[in-house]
Design a protein around this ligand. Structure first.
Ligand SMILES: [Mg+2]
Length: 360
């Protein structure tokens, strides 16, 4: 095995500095402070309601989660909505229909692929532990990685997403990019840089672990609620929770989070995600990986990022703002997005990947 602890030195130094700045802001006191209070005491305090009103906060989270979790597509759409939809499709056309245009845009540049996992390579299923990708999809990603550097960028822990994908030739960015590792199998395009290894928020591991245990305890009263420990962040899954109980579950999450101001919350498809308040996201992971591959300031690179959720928007924004490459949103319904193109579902993603391989 190669030495996975060696990152590209310049990149590592620069990123370390960025992280140090992000977590040394005055509003973040020493990390130890929160661990001083015993779990028992904390649970007791939470039983008493935490003492702070948060009804408005909870309903904002739920509204935002609902917006990113469409349960079905309306069969009859009023005319104004139809017009709105066609204008949306005009601005975010199908990446399959526009495949040749995308290839034209990438001409003379190195394509680098970034793929989200849940909802992009695998369907969204009720049990997040069973979000398997198909054999055909795995074969498509394997073929893709033969020709283009390919990274999986997921909210799951790096180990978990690797267990689903099981391809050694890929880069993996788990925990929303806070945990990055290069491929263990080398390729022609990795000119000795595959030993990338980077963890953005090591200091937060004890806190995340502590909050995971608390969250398990506090959410067990809500049937169907599931808490997933993604190492550097947590997911509270609403997929199997009756919609009538969403408010109750979100309230439990709020009560725990109230005690940990150094953690923040984001909403996704039937999920609330808790992560460290550091300026690190899928967009930063994309930039880090581009630098690691030697394309930091290059104009000869064309990154393609495919994702389906709110957290992928950080990566879409990086591409849009830099004018490099393109973002592709996986969605059957219209959503506010910084992506340029769309694909309807994982089976269209598979076709798109196959097209990319076929043009080589
Ligand atoms: Mg996703």
């Amino acid at each position: 095995m190669t030495n996975q602890n060696i990152a590209v030195p310049d990149v590592k130094a620069r990123i370390r500095m960025a992280i140090a700045m992000a977590i040394s802001k005055p509003e973040f006191p020493a990390l130890g402070g929160f661990l001083a209070i015993s779990q028992k005491k904390l649970l007791k305090r939470l039983e008493n309601g935490g003492g702070r009103g948060g009804g408005a906060k909870v309903s904002t989270w739920i509204d935002s989660m609902r917006a990113s979790s469409p349960t079905r597509i309306k069969s009859t759409i009023p005319i104004s909505e139809t017009q709105e939809k066609s204008s949306w499709i005009l601005h975010h056309p199908s990446a399959l229909n526009q495949f040749e245009k995308i290839i034209q845009e990438s001409k003379g540049k190195q394509i680098i692929m970034f793929l989200d996992y849940d909802g992009t390579l695998s369907p969204i299923v009720a049990d997040p532990e069973r979000a398997f990708m198909t054999k055909k999809m795995r074969a498509a990603v394997k073929d893709l990685a033969r020709h283009y550097p390919t990274a999986i960028v997921s909210g799951r822990s790096r180990n978990k997403v690797y267990k689903f994908v099981r391809l050694d030739e890929l880069y993996y960015a788990g925990s929303h990019g806070m945990d990055i590792k290069g491929p263990t199998k080398s390729h022609n395009y990795n000119k000795g840089n595959q030993g990338v290894f980077f963890q953005a928020a090591n200091e937060f591991l004890p806190m995340i672990d502590e909050v995971y245990k608390l969250m398990l305890e506090k959410t067990k009263s809500v049937p169907g609620a599931k808490v997933e420990n993604n190492k550097f962040c947590l997911s509270v899954h609403f997929r199997c929770v009756d919609e009538k109980s969403w408010d109750a579950l979100a309230e439990q999450v709020r009560l725990v989070l109230n005690e940990y101001p150094k953690l923040t919350l984001t909403q996704g498809r039937k999920v609330l995600e808790i992560r460290p308040t550091i300026k690190w996201d899928k967009g930063k992971a994309l930039e880090f990986l581009l630098e690691s591959l030697g394309y930091g300031n290059s104009t000869n690179v064309f990154p393609i990022y495919i994702g389906d959720d709110k957290t992928d928007e950080d990566a879409f924004k990086v591409l849009k703002n830099s004018g490099q490459g393109t973002g592709i949103l996986v969605s059957k319904v219209q959503k506010e997005t910084s992506a340029s193109y769309t694909l309807q579902d994982p089976s269209e993603v598979e076709k798109f990947l196959q097209h990319l391989v076929a043009r080589m």
